[in-house]
Design a protein around this ligand. Sequence first.
Ligand SMILES: [Fe+2]
Ligand SMILES: [Fe+2]
Length: 201
Amino acid sequence: MIPDPAEFTRYDSVWRRAEPFMRARKNDIHIPLSFGWAARLLDVYPDADRDICLLAILLHDIGWYSIDLERIVNEGFRSDNPLQSDVRFLHELEGVRLGTDVLCDTGWSDDVISSVCEIIDGHDTRPHPKSLNDRIVRDADKLWRFDVTGITVASDWFGMTPHAYADKLAGEFDKLETDYGRAWARDALEKSIKSLFLHVL
Ligand SMILES: [Fe+2]
Ligand SMILES: [Fe+2]
């Protein structure tokens, strides 16, 4: 199910203000797809805060804009411990800095800005989520990779074949935070494996 963008016009000014930062590392593919997953998760976890989760997923990776693509790929994806690499911490810090500017310029309150930035800061590097909102954003950040588009894009980041990357994803269901997230990841990966003929390729 793809969310209808017309339902989310509330965030149009944020998308427009953040648009230049989306033109890095395929953020302009990852972010809209993960935004859609966040919207789906919010429908089944109504206790989470919609504004905080949707703004956090929209802005969580804009900090990659400040880092050279070769460094992103070599250190942030293909190194020994990529989730604890310097560039991972740097993209979180830059995400907080740029995200604060975007949210100030588009009129959000100090409370919203601090809650969103609390999620962005450490979204890849902190071992544990701090709240339900944080868990929703973490799952939305991961779920897009289980679809064909995510496998297409992220297998390149990791320098892997689609088959090898799908095998890696099959070992990562436990990294999802919510029951729905885990179920949807399994379902999406199963469909992707069939679509991409990964039983032979
Ligand atoms: Fe990230
Ligand atoms: Fe991300």
